[in-house]
Design a protein around this ligand. Sequence first.
Ligand code: NAD
Length: 359
Amino acid sequence: MTKASAESSVFFNEKGYEKFNHFIEQESFTKIFVLVDTNTHVHCLAPFLQQLETNIPLEILEIDAGEENKTLDTCSSLWDTLSHLGGDRKSLLVNLGGGVVTDLGGFVAAAFKRGIACVHFPTTLLAMVDAALGGKNGVNLGALKNQVGVIKKPEMVIADTSFLGTLPAAEMRSGLAEMLKHGLIADEDYWNRLNSLKELGITDLEDLIKESVVIKEKIVKEDPLEKGLRKSLNFGHTLGHAIESFFLVDPEKQKLLHGEAVAAGMVLAAFLSSKLEGFPIHKRDEIRNSIHSMYGRITISIEDQEKIIDLLKYDKKNEGGKINFVLLRKIGEPVIDREVPNSLILEAFRFYLALPENE
Ligand code: NAD
């Protein structure tokens, strides 16, 4: 571990680059590898390099963009390349990209030579408020999400919010879902403010992004290894991940972004919360209406619902065959490790599907 790891390690914009330049000046890295995907190569690499002040040799590693490339095969080819390019234990890996790059790059760094230093530069809203924070990394196994990985924090996270300027609107909405989740599990006022956002511009979002970072960092700090409280960050993700996995494998299905699946998962979890935890009905409806107005709704046939429920057995929170849900007692008050009968999940789907489809 290097010196930076002891302190809180998320920095923004200019201050972030200052911290980063100072960090690499202090550590005697032999080489800096910058991992990009095909899109961040085009949109983010040049501005990143412009801010870099170092003479340490630099290599660019590129992967194809997209969740379908978050695989062990991609890791394996990166490990080969790192080795071939002379990567050693004093190399630094910079992960410049969205959650796919930070999740996969974090894992590549954690395992290469039994662990080299890495720094995340998240370039999507979702990665800034969620994926790059907390040290969870890893890859999918086939369509099953995040089945292989470790928890190891990067040395620091630098969020340059100007990167959001080139992010497609659907990706911005996807990131917003994790911010909404932070509001629902931790802070009703924050949830209300997100709901009154007129548009997803960088200026309006800047402070809200910082608040989301604080919420997630606080939870992770209290429970870094996910023994209890940290599980609340999975609100909406039990069914959300199953929906995401289900749509990922079937090329006939619409392409779903992570946040879109999580948004649907949160509506389902709100319904289950009202059934099992006394979560207020008017708040349940508020969540459904608000998410519907931002995301529309996904079409999921009864047959597909059964298949999605079947995928729940692969959820990482399961213990001894028991599927564990995060539910809400009220906004800001999550409860973890809740069991839910399948019949109620089907009822939750009916509640979700009762609103009109996407226009
Ligand atoms: P992503 O990395 O696939 O990025 C979305 C798309 O935006 C990609 O096509 C990417 O190339 C492109 N892109 C990235 N930055 C850009 C920019 N500045 N301008 C233009 N295009 C840009 O997906 P994501 O939504 O960032 O992250 C989703 C992943 O994060 C999932 O794999 C999910 O499992 C993971 N995740 C991890 C955690 C965690 O705690 N580790 C938490 C939440 C999500």
